[in-house]
Structure formats: C-alpha cells, structure tokens
Design a protein. Structure first.
Length: 391
C-alpha cells in the first residue's frame, strides 16, 4: 500500500496536517461519544491497557514480591518499493519482557522498591535491546519512595523525554510510526535519547495540586568525556484524566569529528517536548510536539508533530496514530500513520491487528517495523496480526 502526499513540506500542508488530525480524531470518536454508555468493560482506554505496564500496575504500598511479564508475537507482511516479505516477529503491541518486582514497606510512609526487567524475543528466545549482552535491558533500579518527600530512583531506567504512553502504540520498537519518526536528524553529532538510560539517578517530587517535577542526571563515568551522558527535567500535571507534561532533555553524543574543527568533539543534543493526553471512558486523545536541536554546525532542527486516539468499542480497542516529521530546510520530511484494533479475549490477553505506512519525501528513508529501505523516497507499509498476553 502506498499513500501519496504532495508538497507536505510546505507551511500550508503542515496546517492541513494539523487540521486533519483533529478531523480524523473527531470523526473516529463520534460513535463512542454518541453511545449511551462506554464500552462493555466500563474502562477507559488507558485502564484497558494498564495491565501491561509491569510495576506501575502493581497497586498499593504493602510489602510484596512479584514476577511479571508480557509475551507478544505477530506475523506481518511488509512492502517497500519492489521488496516485500512475510515475517514472524516479537513485540508488536507490547515488548516481550520478564520482570522481578519487590517492594518493602519501611513504615512512616517510606517504601523501598527494586525492579529487574529483561526484554526478549519470542520468535528466537534471545534477549533484545540495543546491547544484546545486557540481561536487564529494560530496567535495573532501586528506589526509595516517600509520600512526603518524593522518590529517588537509581539505575538503568527510562529517560525524561516524551512518555511512551502518549503514543497510542506505546512507542514499541516495531509497530509504531512514532518510534521511527521521532529521532534527531542523521548528521554527525546527532544522538538519540536512549529508550533506557544507564547510570541514571532520578528525583521526583510528591504531587502538589496535581503537579510533579522530575530531574534526572546520568554520569558518563568516563574521564575523557563530558560529565553527563544524559540529563533531564520534566514538569507534569494530572487531574481527572487530563495529563500535561513538558520536558527538556540534553543528550551528549559520542566523540565525533566535525567539519572545521580539530580532534573529536562531543555534541550536546537538546530535546524539547510538550505533550497532552485526555483519558475518558469514551475516548482517549493525545498530542505531542517535539524538537531536536543538535548543537553542531549545519544540522537542521527537527520538529515532530504527533496526534493519537484510542476508542473503546465494547470490550475491544481502536487505536490511531499520525506523525509528521519536519527537518528544517531539507527534503527529508516524512509522514506516518498507524491504525490498530485490539480484540480482547480477557483482561490480560488480546489479539491485535495493525496497518501502518510511512510516506517519505524524495531524500528521506524512514521506515517502520524494521522494514529494510534500499533507497530514499520509498514508502514502506506493513499489515500485521498478533497476540499479546500479560502475566
């Protein structure tokens, strides 16, 4: 499947894209909004997907030890230009994972928590992640949490960029156009915010009137490099289903050679993000603006505009994501759409279908679902059917 969009790098097209997001979301939400009652489950979209969030889905403050995880497998058919194929893969709706969670109630509103979480591939049984030799690639943390003073978490953990749940497809590594279109421009000195940050220490305040502030620092632990590899600040607000967040995340690149400079230089990449999500029992709307500013000469600013919708339909769930990527002053822009349907078998098990496409401009070569791109300007597309189970 190919989708033709001419001139979508123009300012008029950008406005049309923004209006299209609103219209598509509104039209898709009408059946649910018109219904006399929400879906049969009586849950909002976020409540329906909540069991997959691991430790976040383990309620209370009492001492407990849990084994948890997700098994996710899917078959896809992809096409990019003249190339096509059928594959069995892992992690289409959720990343397959196995985790260990422990919480100890220390009294006085203070708890200690530890998380060890490994990602794996159901098709091969191997570990996954950017570094396959890392066993607990998804989390390895210890935390102290106080209702009065907030929390401190140390270890390998999520960064403070855009929350993954803002994307209706949870920014999974395979079937999410947001994942593939939300990085910096591919130039010398560009550095992607890792999905998990090593050596990180994060402080989060308790909620004050719905507001929470988080700060993160990850030392590089290399005397020859910048003191930090990743930093971050996030301000978040939550009240009655409305979630608002703004964050700034600096990421330092590996030492690189830059034109006109002698020796190797580490480049700071500034990631700014503003996002919102509104979750009701009838629908969940989300929107995101991200900006990558690579502090190196000649690197264009990258801006990402994303909109999402989830609608409960009976016991099932419809998902939609639209992402526009703008690399300033280049013809490397891209536009992506992902549509999904989750057929619920139980609270923890569902069958899902996905349909996605990325439309690249003439010099862009972005993909989705790890589809191989052999030349710039191709428009990869994918259709997938899978099953996911949480335990």
């Amino acid at each position: 499947m190919e989708m033709g969009i001419k001139g979508f790098g123009s300012s008029a097209a950008k406005g049309l894209f923004a209006r299209s997001i609103v219209l598509v979301m509104a039209a898709s939400a009408l059946p649910a909004l018109a219904a006399a009652s929400p879906g049969e489950s009586g849950l909002s979209a976020m409540q329906m997907i909540y069991p997959g969030f691991g430790p976040a889905a383990i309620p209370g403050s009492a001492s407990t030890t849990r084994l948890y995880g997700t098994i996710d497998s899917f078959v896809d058919y992809y096409k990019a230009g003249k190339a096509s194929g059928v594959r069995l893969q892992s992690g289409g709706a959720w990343t397959s994972k196995l985790g260990f969670f422990n919480r100890e109630d220390l009294g006085g509103g203070l708890t200690a928590e530890t998380v060890l979480e490994a990602g794996y591939n159901t098709d091969t049984g191997t570990t996954n992640g950017a570094t396959p030799s890392v066993l607990f690639s998804r989390a390895a943390t210890v935390a102290l949490k106080s209702k009065e003073w907030g929390s401190v978490t140390a270890g390998r953990q999520l960064g403070l960029g855009t929350d993954t749940f803002i994307d209706p497809f949870l920014a999974v590594p395979k079937l999410s156009v947001f994942t593939y279109l939300s990085g910096p421009a591919a130039y010398a000195g560009a550095a992607v915010l890792p999905d998990r940050v090593d050596n990180a220490v994060t402080y989060a305040t308790p909620a004050f009137g719905g507001f929470t502030v988080m700060a993160q620092a990850a030392p590089s632990e290399d005397a020859s490099r910048h003191d930090l590899s990743v930093g971050g600040l996030r301000l978040a607000y939550y009240e009655s289903g409305l979630y608002l967040t703004a964050s700034y995340t600096p990421v330092w690149s590996q030492p690189v050679a830059l034109a006109g400079q002698s020796g190797l230089t580490q480049v700071r990449n500034d990631l700014y993000s503003v996002a919102a999500e509104y979750d009701t029992r009838h629908y969940t709307l989300s929107g995101t603006y991200m900006q990558y500013d690579v502090q190196a000469p000649g690197v264009p600013i990258t801006r990402i505009y994303a909109g999402g919708l989830m609608v409960p339909v009976g016991r099932d769930l419809v998902r939609l994501s639209m992402v526009y990527r703008d690399e300033s002053g280049t013809d490397k822009d891209a536009f992506g759409v992902m549509l999904g349907y989750d057929f619920t078998l139980s609270k923890r098990t569902f069958i899902y279908g996905r349909l996605g496409v990325v439309k690249n401009r003439s010099n862009a070569s972005y993909t989705v679902d790890l589809i191989p791109i052999t030349e710039a300007g191709l428009s990869p597309s994918v259709i997938a059917l899978g099953i996911s189970h949480h335990f």
